[in-house]
Write a protein that binds this ligand. Structure first.
Ligand code: RP5
Length: 162
């Protein structure tokens, strides 16, 4: 199976990235995690993106906050699908990172999930990889069914309490 590359702009983004790694582990999808910044280590971020396809990656998650250019900078250097996670910082509640990540110019797409949406970033990667992987698609179907069953249990409990 192709690997997922997870890049974060700073180790302070790790709590958000952990939501993605937990999700990938549960689905038994191989991944690598790195701290590369579009601003502080632009050469390393670029090199990772340029070599990612040849290095066995099938999709890349880029998590960054503030003036979040990481996902766009990665996307500029690969045609692998790039999923951006805008991370919330203290001043602007993540709106800064959301707009920086989502507003990509035509030709260089970044699939942007919600602010701090680490789990959905991983699920989107899984869905991309599952296009050509029936076993992974079955795991995703099973997860959806299990998630729905949990909601229906909550419905029964809430409904019975009134
Ligand atoms: C961004 O700036 C990082 O992705 C992080 O979300 C934010 C703050 O970084 P640190 O100052 O905590 O390293 O580039």
């Amino acid at each position: 199976m192709k690997k997922v590359g997870i890049i974060m702009g700073s180790d302070s983004d790790l709590p958000i990235v952990t939501k993605a790694t937990d999700t990938l582990k549960a689905l038994e999808i191989p991944f690598e995690v790195h701290v590369y910044s579009a601003h502080r280590t632009p050469v390393e971020a670029r090199d990772f993106a340029v070599n990612a396809r040849e290095n066995g990656f099938g999709a890349i998650i880029a998590a960054a906050g503030m003036a979040a250019h990481l996902a766009g900078a990665i996307a500029a250097n690969t045609t692998l699908p790039v999923i951006g996670i805008p991370c919330k910082s203290s001043n602007l509640d993540g709106i800064d990172a959301l707009l920086s990540t989502v507003q990509m110019p035509t030709g260089i797409p970044v699939a942007t999930v919600a602010i701090n949406g680490g789990a959905n970033a991983a699920l989107l990667c899984a869905q991309i990889l599952a296009v050509e992987d029936k076993e992974l698609a079955a795991k995703l179907d099973a997860k959806r069914a299990a998630d729905a069953a949990k909601v229906l249990e909550k419905d029964a409990a809430i409904s019975a309490s009134f």
